[in-house]
Design a protein around this ligand. Structure first.
Ligand SMILES: [Fe+2]
Length: 301
């Protein structure tokens, strides 16, 4: 199973898509009924969908899986008494699957039979050389992060990889985390992280963002849990977005870390300690995108 895409609603998808292609480095992946799709260089048909709406909200976060994994999820949510909603995707790549509403209202979509596309090789403008490959994680704010982690472990067979004072990191494959739940006191989208080829690509991305007037809200730096390099920005259409690379691949005998495993010298919150964090601006952006559930179909009886 892997994380594939996030489906967002925004008041001006054309402007948001323009930023994500012209500056952030994604490539257009088509438009369907006013929804703009953006892809990376990897095989996923799209990473971000932007549909028009009066307000900004999150429709879903999508994972792709095998038919067997989908059947196991379906059986597990039935055992747990969670509502089951089937879905057939009209997005690029298609596929069929389940909409899963987590206990705090966060909506995940699991798709089997979704098609990949040919990767993009090289750059139309060699001077740019900034293109995310794929999504590497989507993090949610949670009013009860431990409860959410328990829910996805027990029902969706995700695994907790690490805990810090601020977050519970959760994986759906051998990569350290594909999601995390932040101990935030509210339920919303915390941030969306795009994987870059390597450290050089992250730094080129930061440079290109700076050329266009965007400075990092946090980064560059290297996290403790996951060991990944990061640079966080606040997108002009609202959400916190991240260039990331080199997330840790876990061995089968990985020991779950706890807050005491991730302590730093005073005033430090990452391995490098070279960047300040604009906490107030990030917090404001992290509160903007909530999951909406009024579009969900009726659950199966
Ligand atoms: Fe992140």
């Amino acid at each position: 199973m892997k994380l594939r895409s996030i489906e967002l609603a925004v008041p001006d998808p054309v402007a948001a898509a323009g930023f994500l292609t012209d500056i952030w480095g994604l490539a257009p992946a088509g438009e369907r009924a006013g929804t703009h799709y953006l892809r990376g260089s990897g095989p996923d048909p799209y990473l971000v969908a932007l549909e028009p709406s009066d307000s900004e909200w999150v429709r879903s976060t999508s994972f792709v899986c095998s038919e067997a994994e989908l059947a196991a999820i379906r059986a597990a949510i039935s055992r747990a008494g969670w509502p089951a909603r089937t879905v057939r995707s009209d997005d690029p790549g298609g596929g069929h699957g389940l909409l899963v509403e987590l206990p705090d209202g966060t909506i995940l979509r699991f798709l089997a039979g979704a098609a990949d596309v040919a990767p993009i090789d090289g750059f139309a403008r060699p001077s740019r050389r900034v293109r995310p490959v794929r999504l590497t994680h989507v993090v949610f704010n949670a009013t009860d992060a431990e409860m959410m982690a328990d829910a996805v472990e027990n029902v969706l067979a995700f695994r907790v990889s690490d805990r810090t004072r601020g977050m519970v990191f959760v994986r759906c494959n051998e990569r350290h985390h594909s999601t995390a739940f932040a101990r935030s006191g509210l339920t919303s989208l915390n941030h969306v992280a795009f994987e870059m080829d390597d450290l050089d690509a992250v730094m080129r991305g930061i440079g290109w963002m700076r050329d266009n007037g965007f400075t990092p809200a946090w980064g560059p730096g290297r996290h403790g849990p996951g060991d990944n390099v990061y640079a966080y920005f606040i997108a002009p259409f609202g959400p916190v977005i991240e260039y990331s690379t080199a997330v840790e691949t876990l061995a089968p005998d990985h020991r779950v870390g706890g807050p005491d495993d991730w302590t730093w010298p005073e005033h430090r919150i990452d391995q490098w300690g070279v960047s300040d964090k604009d906490l107030a601006a990030l917090r404001c952006a992290e509160e903007r995108f909530r999951c909406r559930r009024d579009w969900l179909p009726e659950p199966l009886a």
